[in-house]
Design a protein around this ligand. Structure first.
Ligand code: FAD
Length: 380
């Protein structure tokens, strides 16, 4: 694996991540996959190991690390360990960003130390049964009443939804203004009128809890508004490039792992007196996939450098998200084929990679939506 773009401190951090995953995640992972959820305890252990809130300031208990290569290293190790949960990536790379950027000092003091210690688990709730790709269609409303907002509506597909203690919820505070009338509010565990629906059974990522959330006359303190009222869309647009980059990081890391395993298999499995990898078709497949991986790594690095410099554009984030996740799906398929019938068995790692890869082109904005964004940048 080409890792020249990382420095000694990243490699040191890699060891911390790897040891943590080996010690605290791998031994429980099969049970979590069966249960559809992880033990809360692992979040606290991750906090103790310094793996939560990597980019959050030390004053709030975080790592204070602005270099996005550290979260990239963590993602690489998570994928190398084949851990489908806990949802550290969403917690660290997506929600922590919303809670650091537009929040007040009082809010940061209230939520960030818990996020960094693992006492508080975070989720973000944008999607609804009738509004996924088009956030302007969300129907959840938040009506100001004195010093509260009263929330009504439903969210679906929420990662960490069941375990979450703080949920960043997108709701309409001015429905007549469409997408310009959306605000972000933090709903905390135990708030009256906030309930969770069924745990959703998925094709992959079984250990990652995904569920529906319901808000019935749920009264949220006005102090839980993030930033300004009706500015939610702008905050989401600002946050989505980072989320898309984090999904691309997962994609490239998964491809690295799948290719390493498939190469090993192709070198060891013999048929007709030859190894699987020695047949020209398979050799060319592996050579092509290796080339594609290199291109993906280079583009990902370019985008990570862009994010570090505060210059990752919406368009580049869309490009890296759709291209790497489509590559992941395609490579999972081709690698499974090289494994033959053994690749189709549930117990094989490649069959799980195949199932886990599929959602990557869907969440965080589908491939089609990414191409719409790129098309718009071309003036189309
Ligand atoms: C496992 C999982 C975890 C998730 N976690 C979260 C989470 O934590 N928080 C959250 O808010 N959401 C989450 N989601 C939701 C996810 O972001 C949405 O599923 C996604 O945005 C797509 O929305 P949709 O499912 O409603 O599909 P739809 O919007 O109904 O799209 C259906 C199809 O139409 C296509 N389409 C849509 N618009 C266009 C267009 N303009 N041109 C061409 N084709 C188009 C789409 O690409 C797709 O193929 C998660 C989803 C899954 C499956």
């Amino acid at each position: 694996m080409a890792r020249s773009r990382y420095e000694a401190e990243h490699e040191q951090f890699r060891v911390t991540c790897r040891e943590f995953l080996h010690r605290e995640v791998r031994p429980h992972h099969a049970r979590w996959e069966r249960d559809g959820i992880v033990d809360r305890e692992v979040w606290r252990k991750a906090g103790q190991a310094g793996l939560l809130g990597i980019g959050v300031g030390p004053a709030y208990g975080g790592g204070g690390e602005p270099d996005y290569r550290f979260p990239v290293v963590f993602s690489q190790e998570i994928m190398w360990a084949r851990a489908t949960a806990p949802g550290f990536v969403a917690h660290n790379d997506v929600i922590a960003t919303y809670l650091t950027g537009q929040t007040t000092e009082e809010q940061r003091k209230r939520w960030l130390p818990g996020l960094c210690s693992g006492e508080l688990i975070a989720a973000i709730a944008m999607s609804e049964p009738d509004a996924g790709s088009n956030v302007a269609d969300i129907r959840t409303t938040a009506v100001r009443d004195g010093d509260s907002y009263v929330l009504n509506g439903q969210k679906t597909f929420i990662t960490n939804g069941e375990n979450a203690d703080v949920v960043v919820v997108a709701a309409k505070t001015a429905p007549e203004r469409g997408a310009q009338g959306i605000s972000l509010l933090v709903v905390e565990r135990g708030t009256a009128g906030f309930t969770r629906g069924r745990r959703m059974e998925k094709l992959g990522w079984h250990a990652s809890d995904t569920c529906e959330l319901f808000f019935d006359d749920c009264r949220v303190p006005a102090d839980n508004l993030i930033g300004k009222e009706n500015a939610g869309l702008a905050y989401m647009m600002a946050g989505l490039p980072r989320e898309r980059l984090s999904i691309a990081t997962v994609a490239v890391s998964a491809v690295e792992r799948m290719l390493a395993d498939t190469l090993e298999y192709a070198k060891s499995r013999e048929i007709f007196g030859h190894t699987v990898g020695s047949f020209q078709h398979n050799r060319f497949q592996l050579a092509t996939m290796e080339t594609e991986l290199t291109i993906a790594q280079v583009f990902l690095d370019h985008c990570v450098a862009g994010l570090n410099a505060g210059q990752l554009s919406v368009t580049d984030a869309a490009k890296v998200k759709w291209w790497t996740t489509e590559l992941q799906v395609d490579i999972a398929n081709r690698c499974l084929q090289i494994h033959g019938g053994y690749g189709y068995l549930k117990e094989s790692a490649i069959s799980r990679e195949w199932a886990n890869s599929r959602v990557q082109t869907i969440y965080g904005g589908t491939t089609e939506v990414m191409k719409e964004l790129i098309g718009r940048s071309l003036g189309l």
